[in-house]
Write a protein that binds this ligand. Sequence first.
Ligand code: GN1
Ligand code: MG
Length: 356
Amino acid sequence: MLQQISEAYGMQEAALSITPVGSGLIHKTWKVTDGDEVFILQQINHNVFHDPYAIAENIEQVASYLKEHHPDYLFVAPISTKAKEPVFYNEEEGYYRLFPFVKGSHSIDSVSTPEQAYEAAQQFGRFTGLLAGFNTENLKITIPDFHNLTFRYRQFLNALENGDEKRKEHAKQLIKELISFESIVTTYEQIKRSPDFRLRVTHHDTKISNVLFDYQNHAICVIDLDTIMPGYFFSDAGDMMRTYLSPANEEETNFSLIQIREEYFQAIVSGYLQEMSHLLTPVEKNHFVYAGKFIIYMQALRFLTDYLNNDVYYGARFELHNYNRAMNQMHLLKELINKESHLEKIVRAVTEKQFN
Ligand code: GN1
Ligand code: MG
Protein backbone atom coordinates (compact mmCIF):
# COMPACT_ATOMS: atom_id res chain seq x y z
CA MET A 1 0.00 0.00 0.00
CA LEU A 2 2.71 2.46 1.04
CA GLN A 3 4.63 1.83 -2.16
CA GLN A 4 1.69 2.72 -4.38
CA ILE A 5 0.81 5.75 -2.32
CA SER A 6 4.34 7.11 -2.24
CA GLU A 7 4.56 6.59 -5.98
CA ALA A 8 1.25 8.36 -6.58
CA TYR A 9 2.37 11.39 -4.59
CA GLY A 10 5.98 11.37 -5.75
CA MET A 11 7.50 10.52 -2.37
CA GLN A 12 10.58 8.38 -1.70
CA GLU A 13 9.25 5.16 -0.22
CA ALA A 14 12.60 4.19 1.28
CA ALA A 15 12.78 7.40 3.29
CA LEU A 16 9.24 7.20 4.63
CA SER A 17 8.21 6.60 8.18
CA ILE A 18 4.57 6.15 9.06
CA THR A 19 2.74 6.15 12.41
CA PRO A 20 -0.97 5.88 13.14
CA VAL A 21 -2.56 8.99 14.69
CA GLY A 22 -5.99 10.15 15.80
CA SER A 23 -8.95 8.53 17.46
CA GLY A 24 -11.80 8.97 14.95
CA LEU A 25 -14.33 6.20 14.60
CA ILE A 26 -14.67 6.47 10.84
CA HIS A 27 -11.37 6.97 8.97
CA LYS A 28 -7.87 5.60 9.55
CA THR A 29 -5.19 8.27 9.83
CA TRP A 30 -1.38 8.22 9.80
CA LYS A 31 1.42 10.72 10.07
CA VAL A 32 3.88 10.20 7.24
CA THR A 33 7.40 11.61 7.30
CA ASP A 34 9.32 11.85 4.06
CA GLY A 35 12.75 13.24 4.98
CA ASP A 36 12.03 16.83 6.10
CA GLU A 37 8.47 16.79 4.90
CA VAL A 38 5.56 15.71 7.05
CA PHE A 39 2.10 14.71 5.82
CA ILE A 40 -1.16 13.36 7.17
CA LEU A 41 -2.45 10.35 5.26
CA GLN A 42 -6.07 9.22 5.55
CA GLN A 43 -7.91 6.23 4.29
CA ILE A 44 -11.44 7.36 3.53
CA ASN A 45 -14.14 5.09 4.91
CA HIS A 46 -15.96 4.24 1.74
CA ASN A 47 -18.87 2.56 3.54
CA VAL A 48 -19.70 5.88 5.15
CA PHE A 49 -18.65 8.27 2.39
CA HIS A 50 -19.92 6.72 -0.82
CA ASP A 51 -18.45 9.41 -3.03
CA PRO A 52 -14.98 10.56 -1.94
CA TYR A 53 -14.82 12.82 -5.00
CA ALA A 54 -17.79 14.78 -3.67
CA ILE A 55 -15.79 15.56 -0.54
CA ALA A 56 -12.88 16.66 -2.69
CA GLU A 57 -15.14 18.88 -4.78
CA ASN A 58 -16.58 20.59 -1.71
CA ILE A 59 -13.14 21.22 -0.32
CA GLU A 60 -11.95 22.64 -3.63
CA GLN A 61 -14.89 25.01 -3.90
CA VAL A 62 -14.59 26.22 -0.34
CA ALA A 63 -10.83 26.59 -0.70
CA SER A 64 -11.14 28.71 -3.81
CA TYR A 65 -13.86 30.91 -2.24
CA LEU A 66 -11.72 31.49 0.84
CA LYS A 67 -8.65 32.18 -1.24
CA GLU A 68 -10.51 34.85 -3.15
CA HIS A 69 -12.41 36.47 -0.28
CA HIS A 70 -10.26 35.77 2.76
CA PRO A 71 -6.74 35.12 1.48
CA ASP A 72 -5.20 35.17 4.97
CA TYR A 73 -7.37 32.35 6.26
CA LEU A 74 -5.47 29.11 6.78
CA PHE A 75 -7.33 26.35 5.02
CA VAL A 76 -5.74 22.92 4.88
CA ALA A 77 -6.68 21.31 1.57
CA PRO A 78 -5.48 17.89 0.43
CA ILE A 79 -2.49 17.57 -1.87
CA SER A 80 -3.19 16.26 -5.38
CA THR A 81 -1.47 13.18 -6.72
CA LYS A 82 1.10 13.46 -9.52
CA ALA A 83 -1.79 12.68 -11.87
CA LYS A 84 -3.61 15.71 -10.38
CA GLU A 85 -6.24 13.61 -8.66
CA PRO A 86 -7.56 14.92 -5.32
CA VAL A 87 -7.70 11.37 -3.93
CA PHE A 88 -5.68 8.25 -4.59
CA TYR A 89 -7.76 5.22 -5.50
CA ASN A 90 -6.62 1.65 -5.61
CA GLU A 91 -8.98 -1.24 -6.15
CA GLU A 92 -7.74 -3.31 -3.24
CA GLU A 93 -7.04 -0.54 -0.78
CA GLY A 94 -9.76 1.94 -1.61
CA TYR A 95 -9.47 5.71 -1.28
CA TYR A 96 -6.68 7.68 0.33
CA ARG A 97 -5.80 11.33 0.54
CA LEU A 98 -2.84 13.27 1.74
CA PHE A 99 -2.69 16.57 3.63
CA PRO A 100 0.29 18.75 4.40
CA PHE A 101 1.08 18.66 8.11
CA VAL A 102 0.69 22.20 9.48
CA LYS A 103 4.07 23.12 10.97
CA GLY A 104 4.06 23.95 14.66
CA SER A 105 0.58 22.56 15.12
CA HIS A 106 -0.81 19.85 17.32
CA SER A 107 -4.24 18.56 18.14
CA ILE A 108 -5.69 17.60 21.50
CA ASP A 109 -8.09 14.81 22.38
CA SER A 110 -9.95 16.42 25.22
CA VAL A 111 -10.78 19.92 26.37
CA SER A 112 -9.16 20.71 29.70
CA THR A 113 -9.52 24.50 29.92
CA PRO A 114 -12.35 26.89 29.03
CA GLU A 115 -9.83 28.80 26.88
CA GLN A 116 -9.46 25.78 24.61
CA ALA A 117 -13.24 25.60 24.28
CA TYR A 118 -13.38 29.32 23.50
CA GLU A 119 -10.62 29.10 20.90
CA ALA A 120 -12.19 26.11 19.18
CA ALA A 121 -15.66 27.66 19.15
CA GLN A 122 -14.21 30.81 17.69
CA GLN A 123 -12.55 28.80 14.91
CA PHE A 124 -15.72 26.92 14.00
CA GLY A 125 -17.71 30.15 14.12
CA ARG A 126 -15.09 31.84 11.98
CA PHE A 127 -15.26 29.08 9.40
CA THR A 128 -19.03 29.40 8.97
CA GLY A 129 -18.86 33.19 9.26
CA LEU A 130 -16.26 33.67 6.55
CA LEU A 131 -18.33 31.47 4.26
CA ALA A 132 -21.55 33.42 4.82
CA GLY A 133 -21.42 34.66 1.22
CA PHE A 134 -20.86 31.19 -0.21
CA ASN A 135 -23.94 29.64 -1.78
CA THR A 136 -24.61 26.49 0.27
CA GLU A 137 -26.50 24.98 -2.65
CA ASN A 138 -23.18 24.50 -4.41
CA LEU A 139 -22.11 21.98 -1.80
CA LYS A 140 -22.42 18.27 -2.51
CA ILE A 141 -24.15 16.22 0.16
CA THR A 142 -21.39 13.87 1.30
CA ILE A 143 -23.63 11.97 3.75
CA PRO A 144 -27.34 12.31 3.00
CA ASP A 145 -29.45 13.15 6.08
CA PHE A 146 -26.36 13.24 8.26
CA HIS A 147 -27.76 15.59 10.90
CA ASN A 148 -31.41 15.15 9.99
CA LEU A 149 -32.86 14.28 13.38
CA THR A 150 -36.18 13.15 11.90
CA PHE A 151 -34.27 10.65 9.77
CA ARG A 152 -32.14 9.49 12.73
CA TYR A 153 -35.28 8.98 14.78
CA ARG A 154 -36.81 6.95 11.97
CA GLN A 155 -33.65 4.82 11.77
CA PHE A 156 -34.02 4.21 15.49
CA LEU A 157 -37.68 3.17 15.05
CA ASN A 158 -36.63 0.85 12.22
CA ALA A 159 -34.04 -0.75 14.48
CA LEU A 160 -36.79 -1.30 17.06
CA GLU A 161 -38.69 -3.23 14.39
CA ASN A 162 -35.87 -5.11 12.76
CA GLY A 163 -32.99 -5.09 15.21
CA ASP A 164 -31.47 -7.91 17.24
CA GLU A 165 -34.11 -9.33 19.62
CA LYS A 166 -31.75 -10.00 22.52
CA ARG A 167 -30.25 -6.57 22.29
CA LYS A 168 -33.68 -4.98 22.16
CA GLU A 169 -34.56 -6.77 25.37
CA HIS A 170 -31.32 -5.66 27.01
CA ALA A 171 -31.89 -2.03 26.00
CA LYS A 172 -35.57 -1.94 26.96
CA GLN A 173 -35.26 0.74 29.60
CA LEU A 174 -33.00 2.98 27.56
CA ILE A 175 -35.30 2.66 24.55
CA LYS A 176 -38.19 3.89 26.67
CA GLU A 177 -36.18 6.82 27.90
CA LEU A 178 -35.10 7.82 24.42
CA ILE A 179 -38.68 7.76 23.21
CA SER A 180 -39.67 9.99 26.13
CA PHE A 181 -37.44 12.75 24.71
CA GLU A 182 -39.15 12.69 21.31
CA SER A 183 -40.15 16.35 21.66
CA ILE A 184 -36.57 17.23 20.66
CA VAL A 185 -37.45 15.82 17.22
CA THR A 186 -40.72 17.77 17.11
CA THR A 187 -38.86 21.00 17.83
CA TYR A 188 -36.42 20.17 15.04
CA GLU A 189 -39.30 19.74 12.63
CA GLN A 190 -40.62 23.18 13.57
CA ILE A 191 -37.16 24.64 13.08
CA LYS A 192 -36.93 23.18 9.58
CA ARG A 193 -40.07 25.07 8.63
CA SER A 194 -39.08 28.30 10.35
CA PRO A 195 -37.63 31.24 8.40
CA ASP A 196 -35.67 32.19 11.55
CA PHE A 197 -33.13 29.43 10.99
CA ARG A 198 -30.70 29.67 8.08
CA LEU A 199 -28.81 26.96 6.29
CA ARG A 200 -25.11 27.81 6.47
CA VAL A 201 -21.83 26.18 5.57
CA THR A 202 -21.56 23.88 8.54
CA HIS A 203 -18.66 21.67 9.60
CA HIS A 204 -20.73 18.91 11.24
CA ASP A 205 -17.91 17.37 13.29
CA THR A 206 -16.68 19.98 15.74
CA LYS A 207 -14.92 17.77 18.27
CA ILE A 208 -11.72 19.19 19.66
CA SER A 209 -9.37 16.93 17.69
CA ASN A 210 -10.62 18.68 14.56
CA VAL A 211 -8.97 21.94 15.64
CA LEU A 212 -5.25 22.56 15.27
CA PHE A 213 -3.52 24.47 18.07
CA ASP A 214 -0.14 26.14 18.12
CA TYR A 215 2.27 25.76 21.04
CA GLN A 216 0.93 28.90 22.74
CA ASN A 217 -2.40 27.07 22.82
CA HIS A 218 -4.03 29.33 20.28
CA ALA A 219 -6.28 27.59 17.81
CA ILE A 220 -4.96 27.92 14.25
CA CYS A 221 -7.64 26.38 12.06
CA VAL A 222 -10.21 23.62 11.71
CA ILE A 223 -9.58 20.35 9.91
CA ASP A 224 -11.53 17.27 8.79
CA LEU A 225 -13.70 18.78 6.10
CA ASP A 226 -15.55 15.63 5.00
CA THR A 227 -18.90 16.69 6.30
CA ILE A 228 -18.95 20.34 5.21
CA MET A 229 -22.52 20.60 4.07
CA PRO A 230 -25.43 23.00 4.33
CA GLY A 231 -26.59 22.80 7.92
CA TYR A 232 -27.83 24.69 10.95
CA PHE A 233 -25.60 26.54 13.42
CA PHE A 234 -26.82 24.23 16.17
CA SER A 235 -25.14 21.22 14.58
CA ASP A 236 -21.73 22.76 15.19
CA ALA A 237 -22.51 24.51 18.48
CA GLY A 238 -24.22 21.34 19.73
CA ASP A 239 -21.41 18.96 18.89
CA MET A 240 -19.01 21.24 20.76
CA MET A 241 -21.29 21.01 23.77
CA ARG A 242 -21.55 17.26 23.42
CA THR A 243 -17.79 16.85 23.33
CA TYR A 244 -16.38 19.76 25.42
CA LEU A 245 -18.78 20.21 28.33
CA SER A 246 -18.13 17.01 30.22
CA PRO A 247 -14.72 16.08 31.61
CA ALA A 248 -15.60 12.45 30.80
CA ASN A 249 -16.02 11.58 27.12
CA GLU A 250 -18.46 9.34 25.24
CA GLU A 251 -16.46 6.21 26.13
CA GLU A 252 -16.81 6.70 29.89
CA THR A 253 -18.79 3.97 31.64
CA ASN A 254 -18.64 5.46 35.11
CA PHE A 255 -21.59 7.69 34.37
CA SER A 256 -21.27 9.64 37.61
CA LEU A 257 -18.23 11.31 36.03
CA ILE A 258 -20.38 12.88 33.31
CA GLN A 259 -20.94 16.52 34.17
CA ILE A 260 -21.77 19.81 32.54
CA ARG A 261 -19.02 22.37 33.13
CA GLU A 262 -20.76 25.73 33.00
CA GLU A 263 -17.67 27.79 32.34
CA TYR A 264 -17.02 25.66 29.27
CA PHE A 265 -20.57 26.26 28.09
CA GLN A 266 -20.04 29.98 28.47
CA ALA A 267 -16.76 29.70 26.57
CA ILE A 268 -18.40 27.89 23.64
CA VAL A 269 -21.21 30.43 23.36
CA SER A 270 -18.83 33.42 23.66
CA GLY A 271 -16.26 32.03 21.23
CA TYR A 272 -18.87 31.11 18.64
CA LEU A 273 -20.70 34.44 18.93
CA GLN A 274 -17.44 36.33 18.65
CA GLU A 275 -17.47 35.35 14.99
CA MET A 276 -21.14 34.70 14.33
CA SER A 277 -23.05 37.24 16.38
CA HIS A 278 -23.66 39.54 13.41
CA LEU A 279 -24.98 36.63 11.32
CA LEU A 280 -27.21 34.66 13.66
CA THR A 281 -30.87 35.67 13.93
CA PRO A 282 -32.20 36.54 17.40
CA VAL A 283 -34.15 33.27 17.40
CA GLU A 284 -31.03 31.27 16.56
CA LYS A 285 -29.23 32.95 19.46
CA ASN A 286 -31.96 31.67 21.74
CA HIS A 287 -31.24 28.10 20.69
CA PHE A 288 -27.80 27.42 22.12
CA VAL A 289 -29.12 25.11 24.82
CA TYR A 290 -31.31 23.40 22.25
CA ALA A 291 -28.15 22.89 20.17
CA GLY A 292 -26.72 20.73 22.93
CA LYS A 293 -29.94 18.79 23.37
CA PHE A 294 -30.31 18.23 19.64
CA ILE A 295 -26.84 16.79 19.09
CA ILE A 296 -26.55 14.79 22.29
CA TYR A 297 -29.96 13.24 21.71
CA MET A 298 -29.11 12.44 18.10
CA GLN A 299 -25.85 10.80 19.15
CA ALA A 300 -27.63 8.70 21.79
CA LEU A 301 -30.09 7.59 19.09
CA ARG A 302 -27.27 6.80 16.65
CA PHE A 303 -25.29 4.74 19.17
CA LEU A 304 -28.34 2.81 20.33
CA THR A 305 -29.54 2.25 16.76
CA ASP A 306 -26.14 0.81 15.95
CA TYR A 307 -26.22 -1.42 19.02
CA LEU A 308 -29.63 -2.77 17.97
CA ASN A 309 -28.29 -3.31 14.44
CA ASN A 310 -25.28 -5.30 15.70
CA ASP A 311 -22.72 -2.49 15.42
CA VAL A 312 -22.69 -2.26 11.63
CA TYR A 313 -21.82 1.46 11.56
CA TYR A 314 -19.54 2.38 14.46
CA GLY A 315 -18.09 -1.04 15.10
CA ALA A 316 -17.58 -2.21 18.69
CA ARG A 317 -14.68 -3.56 20.70
CA PHE A 318 -17.00 -5.51 22.99
CA GLU A 319 -20.63 -6.63 23.11
CA LEU A 320 -22.03 -3.64 25.01
CA HIS A 321 -19.82 -0.96 23.50
CA ASN A 322 -22.47 1.00 21.59
CA TYR A 323 -25.04 0.38 24.30
CA ASN A 324 -22.69 1.93 26.85
CA ARG A 325 -22.01 4.86 24.56
CA ALA A 326 -25.74 5.44 24.18
CA MET A 327 -26.21 5.25 27.97
CA ASN A 328 -23.37 7.71 28.35
CA GLN A 329 -25.01 10.18 25.97
CA MET A 330 -28.35 9.75 27.72
CA HIS A 331 -26.70 10.71 31.01
CA LEU A 332 -25.11 13.72 29.36
CA LEU A 333 -28.47 14.79 27.95
CA LYS A 334 -30.10 14.58 31.37
CA GLU A 335 -27.27 16.55 32.98
CA LEU A 336 -27.70 19.26 30.37
CA ILE A 337 -31.45 19.38 30.87
CA ASN A 338 -30.99 19.58 34.66
CA LYS A 339 -29.00 22.76 34.15
CA GLU A 340 -31.14 24.10 31.35
CA SER A 341 -32.49 27.24 33.01
CA HIS A 342 -29.10 28.16 34.36
CA LEU A 343 -27.50 27.66 30.95
CA GLU A 344 -30.19 29.82 29.35
CA LYS A 345 -29.20 32.56 31.78
CA ILE A 346 -25.59 32.24 30.72
CA VAL A 347 -26.61 32.64 27.06
CA ARG A 348 -28.58 35.78 27.87
CA ALA A 349 -25.72 37.22 29.90
CA VAL A 350 -23.22 36.58 27.11
CA THR A 351 -25.40 38.01 24.36
CA GLU A 352 -26.29 41.10 26.41
CA LYS A 353 -22.80 41.80 27.68
CA GLN A 354 -20.79 41.30 24.55
CA PHE A 355 -22.99 41.96 21.65
CA ASN A 356 -25.69 44.49 22.33
C1 GN1 B 1 -18.00 9.81 14.01
O1 GN1 B 1 -15.13 9.38 13.04
P1 GN1 B 1 -15.43 10.50 13.93
O2 GN1 B 1 -15.10 10.17 15.34
O3 GN1 B 1 -14.83 11.80 13.45
C2 GN1 B 1 -19.27 10.34 13.33
C3 GN1 B 1 -19.79 11.55 14.09
C4 GN1 B 1 -20.05 11.14 15.52
C5 GN1 B 1 -18.78 10.55 16.14
C6 GN1 B 1 -19.05 10.00 17.51
C7 GN1 B 1 -19.15 10.46 9.59
O4 GN1 B 1 -17.01 10.79 13.91
O5 GN1 B 1 -20.96 12.01 13.50
O6 GN1 B 1 -20.48 12.22 16.25
O7 GN1 B 1 -18.27 9.48 15.33
N1 GN1 B 1 -18.96 10.68 11.95
C8 GN1 B 1 -19.62 10.11 10.95
O8 GN1 B 1 -17.84 9.66 18.10
O9 GN1 B 1 -20.54 9.33 11.13
MG1 MG C 1 -14.82 13.15 11.40
